[in-house]
Write a protein that binds this ligand. Structure first.
Ligand code: ZN
Length: 136
């Protein structure tokens, strides 16, 4: 694992949350992006080496909608940057973590992503992410 790439925060209203995080950080988000497979609209802020990803559910079946229903708004996941997501998924499986997919999938912000079940990591949903490049 290289660094914390971003922290994902589940919010009820992306527009409101964008305003709040703009006030908090002192600058604008750099993109808004829909991830249809996860039923979310995302917004990204860069803060030094890391980012903040705000997540608003776009359907009631979205995992983010379910998260908010159960736990309210708040930190949804922590994403770590890795150089080789396939190798990391295999390593972590071997270490006893529950990896939530067989293969990495396309996530927001031009990344391959995979998740570890929160039960594997003391209640925190862990995301692995790797930049998508042309040859990869
Ligand atoms: Zn994320």
């Amino acid at each position: 694992m290289k660094k914390i790439e971003h922290i994902g925060i589940a919010v009820r209203n992306l527009e409101e949350a964008n305003k709040t995080y703009k006030s908090l950080l002192g600058f604008e988000h750099y993109k808004t992006e829909a991830v249809e497979s996860d039923g979310v609209m995302t917004s990204f802020f860069t803060c030094g080496e890391s980012k903040i990803e705000l997540l608003e559910a776009t359907s009631p079946e979205s995992p983010v909608a379910k998260f908010i229903e159960k736990r309210g708004e708040g930190i949804h996941h922590i994403a770590f940057y890795v150089d080789d997501i396939v190798a990391e998924m295999a390593r972590l499986k071997n270490e006893g973590f529950t990896v939530l997919s067989e293969k990495p999938k396309r996530g927001a912000d031009n990344k391959w992503v995979a998740f570890l079940h929160p039960k594997s990591a003391h209640g925190v949903l862990i995301e692995l992410c790797q930049e998508i490049t042309e040859d990869h």
